[in-house]
Design a protein around this ligand. Structure first.
Ligand code: F6R
Length: 621
């Protein structure tokens, strides 16, 4: 968790750092800070417990006089409460060295004890502070022994030695006021990317922090160190050997990460969903050929033919995409399971060389998912990543990567990334079907043709926005909601409940409609809103029965229906979505539920893009 930035160049570094942090705020937002070294020596440091806006105010009120290289951090607390003392950057005893860190230093207690024992004064409760004191000790030791008087080699070597003593996960950046022109940075199990400009360079947890300035990026590998100066960057491994890292061009531009006239990123992203699905499908279905994925991502159809089981592994919303994937693949006679990454451990024992683990993650940095992928690989499984984030950790761990191409998702509540994940999974299902000839070729093609119509259906579903806004307002004072559905839409009930919980802070449950009578129906009382996904399906009659059971106990049933199913179910209210084939209906049915949660949160005055206690990218287990 947390976002880090760094800058070396001729601009005012505090402006660049604050702007970079603003773009990374989705990674955590309980406290933040920046530091820069002054060209003539000395440190500029500002930290706040609170959001970037507060930091900006502080910096504007007391700007740095002669700003040089700098670093910054936005935090999502793990060790120590959100407070100014615990906010990064952290400094050494003398206030000369300063450091930011994303990740967890597992051996920090041991290091802290040792360093405190040798006289280092700790000012925070964080794991990170141990690293800056360790750096201070190494700088002192090496400076004392250095005969050349050259400080940058001392800084580099001290930094390298510091890394060697850290256990855990980290992306770290540090500056030293004796070396005003360089940022030292390194990565181990936490994301880190450099932005290469003209006479200036950037460091960040993700590219959105510097896209405004440059699109040329270098993604660091685990075990990489970079010495970043205005004129360029040098790369090394943790043993200090020089390394070569190539840059890539990022296609996203910074305006893609702006709100584009919408009140919240979440609403903008909900409206981008037709385009997201289109982008995910592009070039992968038309025509549906056996070797399409082989050409794009080197995934040979022979692999799809030989796989005995598919294990979807993911967290939260991405897990719901995996659950839909299970139903979709089973439809084509491919045995599939969906596992919560955080619960995967024992399940990895069932994986082997004929297992395809499909890890789904918008960020590609979710620690639980990455850990589960490592377990699957250790068990012999091959791994396909479905992700939105180029260069993310997941993409390096996987054997194949199917990008969702949804563009940056900034709102903490995942929407367009979810439909992108669904679309990617359906692409995979179509290619499984084509490769295994489990269905007649024409069926796989017919399925692909239907899939290509979905973006249009999503556009039509979005047209119901006003109606759903009114509905959300009507129920804005309710504290309990139930979402029910069956089969392939059951994950959509789970997703509807998760969305409203995370941004409106109300209690909501998603249930398989048939399970209601086995317990949960007891919680229904007069006026309780029950949102029932009741579009055309083989289980519609059963679904209609479950809705009546809820209605008979006083629930206000809101039915998500299509034209065909509307007359077949009884409800207090209806939301009619465009007609879609049952197997693809999750892509359409999720839209009204996303809008419902958005407008519920708006009516309740919640902080929609940055819900409390959450962060966009969860890089701790
Ligand atoms: C909910 C949400 C989370 C994420 C989960 C996994 O709206 O966004 O549940 O889906 O934290 O994140 P990724 O997809 O980045 O692995």
């Amino acid at each position: 968790m947390c976002g880090i930035v760094g800058y070396v160049g001729s601009r005012n570094s505090s402006d660049v750092l604050v702007e970079g942090l603003r773009r990374l705020e989705y990674r955590g937002y309980d406290s933040c800070g920046i530091a820069s070294v002054k060209a003539k020596g000395g440190l500029y440091l500002k930290r706040v417990s609170g959001r970037i806006e507060a930091l900006k105010g502080l910096v504007e009120a007391d700007p740095p006089k002669d700003p040089g290289a700098g670093i910054g951090h936005t935090r999502w607390a793990t060790h120590g409460v959100p407070s100014e003392d615990n906010a990064h950057p952290h400094t050494d005893c003398a206030g000369e060295l300063v450091l930011v860190h994303n990740g967890i230093i597992e051996n920090y207690l041991e290091l802290r004890e040792k360093l405190a024992g040798s006289g280092h004064a700790f000012k925070s409760e964080t794991d990170t502070e141990a690293a800056v004191h360790l750096l201070e000790r190494n700088v002192k030791e090496l400076s004392a022994r250095s005969s050349s008087g050259m400080l940058e080699p001392v800084f580099f070597e001290a930094f390298r030695r510091t890394l060697a003593e850290l256990k855990g996960s980290f992306a770290i950046a540090a500056v030293w006021d004796k070396c005003p022109g360089v940022v030292m940075t390194a990565r181990m199990h936490s994301p880190l990317v450099l932005g290469l400009g003209e006479g200036e360079n950037f460091v960040a947890s993700d590219v959105s922090a510097f896209l405004k300035f440059t699109r040329r990026a270098v993604f660091l590998n685990d075990g990489d160190i970079a010495a970043v100066r205005a004129g360029g960057a040098e790369f090394f491994d943790f043993a200090g050997r020089k390394a070569r890292r190539d840059s890539v061009n990022i296609q996203w531009d910074s305006t893609m990460a702006e709100k584009g006239g919408y009140r919240h990123f979440m609403l903008k992203e909900i409206h981008e969903q037709a385009a997201s699905v289109e982008n995910t499908l592009r070039g992968r279905l038309l025509p549906l050929k056996e070797d399409t994925l082989a050409r794009e991502i080197n995934l040979d159809p022979a692999v799809l033919r030989s796989v005995k089981t598919v294990q979807f592994i993911a967290c939260g919303t991405a897990y719901h995409a995996g659950l839909v994937g299970k139903y979709a693949l089973e439809n084509f006679q491919v045995p599939a399971h969906a596992d919560l990454a955080s619960e995967y451990s024992d399940r990895s024992k069932l994986a082997g060389p004929d297992t395809l683990a499909v890890a789904i993650s918008q960020s590609g940095e979710t620690a639980d998912t990455i850990h589960a992928v490592r377990e699957a690989k250790a068990a012999g499984a091959r791994v396909l990543a479905v992700t939105n984030t180029v260069g993310s950790t997941l993409t390096r761990e996987a054997d194949w990567v199917l990008y969702t191409h949804c563009g940056p998702e900034i709102g903490v509540a995942s929407t367009k990334a979810f439909v992108g994940q669904l679309a990617a999974i359906y692409v995979l299902a179509a290619h499984f079907a084509a490769a295994r000839k489990a269905v007649f070729d024409s069926d796989a093609r017919a399925f692909a043709a239907e899939l290509l119509k979905v973006p249009r259906l999503i556009e039509d579903a979005l047209a119901m926005e006003k109606e759903i806004e009114a509905l959300a307002k009507r129920y804005a004072d309710r504290e309990h909601f139930l979402f029910i559905a069956r089969h392939i839409n059951y994950p959509i009930a789970l997703e509807g409940a998760l969305k409203i919980k995370e941004i409106s802070y109300v209690h909501a449950e998603g249930y398989a409609a048939g399970e209601m009578k086995h317990g949960p129906i007891a919680i229904i009382d007069k006026g309780m809103p029950v949102l029932a996904v009741a579009t055309s399906s083989r289980a519609l009659k059963l679904m209609a029965g479950n809705m009546q059971e809820a209605g008979a106990r006083g629930a206000e049933v809101v039915a998500i229906v299509d034209k065909e199913s509307r007359g077949q179910v009884r409800a207090s209210r209806y939301i009619e979505v465009p007609q879609a084939p049952e197997i693809l209906s999750p892509l359409v049915n999720v839209i009204p539920l996303q809008l419902f949660s958005y407008y519920s949160a708006l009516a309740r005055g919640c902080d929609i893009d940055k819900p409390r206690n959450l962060a966009k990218s969860v890089t701790v287990r």
